[in-house]
Ligand binder design. Sequence first.
Ligand code: NAD
Length: 476
Amino acid sequence: MYIDGVFIPCDNRDTITVYNPATATPCGAVPVATPADVDRALQSARTAFESYAQWSPHKRAELLQRIASSIRNRSTELGAVMTMEQGKPLIEATGEIEKLADTFDFYGAECTRIHGDIIANADTCIHSFVQREPIGVVGAITPWNYPAELIGWKLAAALAAGCSIVIKPPTLTPLCPSQIMQCIHDADPPAGLVNMVMGEGSVVGQHLVESPLVDKLAFTGSSDTGLRIQQSLRQVKPISLELGGNCPMIVTQHAHMGGAIKGAIRRSFRNCGQICIAINRIYVHDSVYDEFVEKLVTATDALVVDNGMDNPSADMGAMCSQQVLQKTKIHLQDALDKGGVLVAGGHAPQGEQYKKGYFFRPTVVKDCHHGMLVMTEETFGPLVGVMPYGHIDHGIDLMNDTPYGLASYIFSTHMREIKTISSRLQYGNVAVNNVDAGIMNAPYGGWKQSGIGVEHGREGMLEYLRYKHIRVKING
Ligand code: NAD
């Protein structure tokens, strides 16, 4: 843990054991925060905020740039720690660390562009100045699927805005986040500006949620936890919730088949499908359904699943925990019980080396329908359901038939069709003929049960600022 500029070791404390999901063996431990630790972190964040909020944006930009360099200098080391505790292959993990560094560069530049307005009054002797000021102390709670980036989106945006922060990372992957704190420390921030406390969400996270010392709460995690957090707030305060998805893809009769297959593979199975914007369900026009399924199966069967440390460029590593593996198996069995046809995967890779860890082959079930869990709930595993549709209106209705609204994907080369579908989709992110629904310089957020607020872009920084209207009468 990192409180008031000091690292707290495990000595004489309760600890959380961290496991390597590729071998199911312990690979580290972190100390557990007491409520008093959380309060101390929040108090030190409050003290740091009072002076940091007065820093010029240029001085803040320099700090963010130093953090970016500090992270970049250790990207290989941090990537290895992430692979060890999260399971994703080393090249993918190191890439995430490099994107974390880019986030600090982006917000380092953005923080010098916090503008206000001057608004005309009916009385010309009066001027209205509207300025943006930092909200204060941020409480940030993050999940395990992107252990670095999901901290970075909050941390960099909050620091750019002039806020201080207390972060609670997940218990499954706390080691990479604590290494990130070492990079922050090396960049020489004021003590207490950035703090990290470890522990169970229901205890340490909940304490952060309920604390009057938190001015703004930023959460990424499941929709169930997000709702619980929203319902348990004890004060009125701004809150951002980046929650779960159940993301659809549509492949029309006008789709470029090669692009659609490549997209489906990448966004269904990358990080073992443990992505909020993962494609869970694919709707394919009747006329190209058989061709799509056949090609999807061939491409899926060609993916390499392996220990991400031994094979850094594997397509998929181990899943992060027994729990997510189990949920994938439950969704698969449910689909098969209800008439789905297994056409790829459905089992762990063969070999002694995969027996202990949480490995599962990428899996495709065809002939799915909306009575199945795979088509209606977030699996968060390497499983995708495929279903045919006839009329485009039916395809769009199926895509929108969910309480979630995070990301959706269209594959079509027909402009009018793309316009019709994209304008009717009830999602915060729509990617057309590509599957990268979020980029750093555009706002990213979910509709409906997928969340409140946005991350990324200038808008992601504005979430940590509030308006002040100063109305000045000249001459008295
Ligand atoms: P989770 O909701 O179980 O946990 C997320 C974090 O919340 C963890 O740090 C956990 O310890 C903490 N927590 C749990 N209960 C809490 C409570 N009562 N009070 C405060 N904190 C609490 O989610 P997870 O399993 O870690 O992550 C997977 C989920 O995250 C998926 O649903 C995924 O879609 C979602 N996610 C969303 C986005 C997005 O940008 N929308 C990005 C990544 C992941």
